[in-house]
Design a protein around this ligand. Structure first.
Ligand code: 7RM
Length: 633
């Protein structure tokens, strides 16, 4: 198992080593895993093309490290605790031994259906143990999983299936989320009918037992196949640089990109960061509330914890069901030691009752984490006092789908914490702040564009099917740098504070949404000429979506038109991308080259109409007064 830092001196020592001798540092971490063959060289460092490779020539299977190697030492320890959507339903517990058997059965079922090394398998699943089992089953046989968040629409699902040319879709019949039951299989059916010709089979897990449409040529029940398989399956021997998974994420332009992660580096980095950031000790109960459809679910519900031999909890439900005490009730019930959630959930629960957590026994908590978006000061203090009782430090962890694992974070009980600061880079992470011309801002008390200047093992390798897009998006802005898309500050002591995206990406409740995607969806409405979407501060969601819409003809019934636009967005992307506000306009502010001037639209959406700056360079400066007059509160 990777090494664990236990003191400030050890952190400084590890950091120093990771910069002076990165290859030696990561080789030492990597050597704590089971490899079928050791690597020939540690790193290929080409940050320009880019062509980064780690543990070159090494052979392994990540599931042997997640499962098999634990059997001897902790076979009967609980690997996964599952907590149902319904508070009164019993929890389900799987030991490492049981999990390995389930993964093998599922792996054998996938093989029997013709899935093999390199094939892509799409997931559209609720938060149930079978999603973890099937993801690991893919990894076991060398198939590549592409998990799509089950809140996305059939359109969005179809796009992702087609982009990765998935051979199989794994889904459930229905998905329970709080008081709602969502038809999952029928969304998959609809997506497949949209020309997903690559899909040969759909594997369906019966989760609720609700009625589904069935095509015996394509559809297979999990309980009729997986459950009948043998519980042994040889792990496929993978190259360290073979693809492990694809995960789609939104960028500032175009359609979501399929971020590609590979086996070796991702394994080493997620285990190392999990052990250190959460200071996980044997016997601890760890709970991350993310959905497995996001990178946080991949790295810190499944891979990181299982690699470290931890007990990881999966929660099917939502924070407010049956009431706003559910998280605290679950923490109390399972004596959770590490709790990891998103600021949007913290704010929602804070709004539901300042003193609410006081009714629960949270004394087991040793570390509490935050991820996904900047945490505001009020929420930080509430979390610190009401949940952590100033005993369990907050780890405000900054990272991205593309980074694969946590990059900047305090280390609990080791480094200090400061409200709203992600604080210090982990060993192996070399952040820099640049000015817009790419000049590095040296020293402390500076603010700039956050880049990383040296490769780390779990960085993205490419964007699926389009390497050029990976290069232009992340490696072309500044020479020999990975550009994160975030702005950040470094304080007088060298701590980092992440300010937020500097590109056209909005962070709504911790979900990344590209403004271009929402605009494309809105423009699908036949009554719309063009639209412009920006983010604005939102009390609970962090950012809300503000859409400016230019219609073909005068809008008579605004409310009706708004509803139609929301329906189009729900259909094209999913409910998470629905604009909070829609302002109908006669013109959008344009530059002389025809570009929409978003700066002005952002200021108006933020309610800062007195800070529009210079509008004289606009092609149509007269539109500004109309935009201001029509601004929505
Ligand atoms: C893990 C995840 C990535 C974007 C990133 C930031 C924002 C994430 C923090 C944060 C401030 C944090 N992956 N972000 N964590 N901002 N403080 N601790 O969220 O790919 O979905 O999003 O999220 O803007 O670029 S993600």
């Amino acid at each position: 198992m990777t090494l664990q830092i236990r003191s400030l001196e050890q952190y400084h020592e590890a950091y120093r080593k990771s910069v002076e001798d990165p290859e030696g540092f990561w080789a030492e971490q990597a050597s704590t895993f089971v490899w079928r063959k050791k690597w020939d060289s540690v790193l290929k460092n080409d940050f320009v093309t880019p062509d980064v490779q780690w543990f070159i020539g090494g052979k392994l299977n990540i599931t042997e490290n997640c499962l098999d190697r634990h059997i001897e030492t902790r076979g009967d320890q609980i690997a996964i605790i599952w907590e149902s959507n319904e508070a009164h339903e019993p929890s389900v517990k799987l030991t490492y031994r049981e999990l390995l058997a389930e993964v093998n059965k599922c792996a054998n079922a996938l093989k029997a259906q013709g899935i093999g090394k390199g094939d892509r398998v799409c997931f559209y699943m609720p938060m149930i143990p079978q999603v973890a089992i099937a993801m690991l089953a893919c990894a076991r046989i060398g198939a590549i999983h592409s998990v799509v968040f089950a809140g996305f629409s059939a359109n969005a699902l179809a796009e992702r299936i087609k982009d990765a040319q998935c051979k199989m879709v794994i889904c459930s019949d229905y998905n329970r989320r709080g008081p709602k039951t969502i038809p999952v299989k029928s969304v998959v059916d609809e997506a497949i009918s949209m020309g997903c010709d690559s899909v040969e089979k759909v594997l369906v897990y019966k989760s609720t037992g609700g009625k589904v449409k069935w095509d015996p040529n394509i559809d297979i029940w999990w309980h009729e196949t997986v459950d009948n398989m043998g519980a042994e399956c040889q792990a496929e021997v993978m190259d360290a640089e073979d693809m492990l998974f694809i995960l789609y994420t939104s960028g500032s332009t175009g359609k979501p990109k399929g971020v590609v992660h590979t086996c070796g580096g991702y394994m080493v980095y997620t285990c190392y960061t999990f052990r250190n950031v959460f200071q996980y000790q044997d016997g601890d109960i760890y709970w991350c509330t993310a959905d497995v459809g996001w990178i946080t679910g991949h790295s810190y519900i499944i891979y990181g914890p299982l690699l470290a031999g931890a007990t990881t909890m999966m929660f099917e439900g939502v924070p407010g069901h049956p009431d706003a005490g559910r998280f605290w009730h679950v923490c109390e019930k399972h004596r959770v030691n590490q709790f990891y959630t998103a600021p949007t959930a913290i704010r929602a629960l804070m709004a539901a009752g300042w003193h609410a957590p006081e009714g629960y026994d949270l004394s087991s908590l040793k570390v509490i984490g935050s991820v996904g978006e900047p945490i505001n000061e009020e929420a930080w203090h509430w979390y610190d006092e009401k949940v952590g009782h100033k005993r369990a430090p907050i780890v405000d962890t900054w990272w991205q789908t593309e980074t694969g694992g946590i990059m900047i974070t305090p280390l609990p009980h080791i480094t200090d914490t400061k409200p709203c600061f992600a604080s210090y880079p982990l060993p192996g992470v070399q952040p820099v702040l640049l000015d817009p011309n790419g000049v590095e801002l040296e020293g402390n008390s500076v603010e700039g564009l956050l880049c990383i200047k040296y490769p780390w093992p779990s960085m993205l390798r490419t964007t699926y099917g389009d390497h050029e897009r990976c290069r232009t998006n992340y490696f072309a802005a500044f020479h020999n740098m990975y550009f994160t898309g975030d702005g950040a500050k470094r304080d007088e002591d060298g701590r980092y504070r992440i300010i937020g995206r500097v590109d056209d990406v909005i962070n709504v409740s911790g979900h990344r949404i590209g403004t271009a995607e929402v605009e494309d969806a809105i423009n699908q409405h036949s009554g719309v000429v063009e639209s412009a979407v920006v983010g604005y501060p939102h009390d609970i969601k962090g950012q809300g979506i503000y859409a400016y819409v230019k219609a073909h003809s005068e809008v008579v019934d605004e409310d009706h038109f708004r509803k139609e636009i929301l329906d189009v967005v729900t259909k094209e992307i999913g409910p998470i991308a629905k604009p909070d506000k829609i302002q109908f306009v006669l013109q959008l502010p344009k530059t002389r080259s025809g570009k929409i001037m978003r700066r002005i639209l952002r200021k108006i959406a933020e309610g800062q109409t007195d800070q529009l700056g210079d509008t004289s360079t606009l092609l149509n400066p007269e539109c500004v007064e109309e935009l201001k007059a029509g601004a929505l509160e």
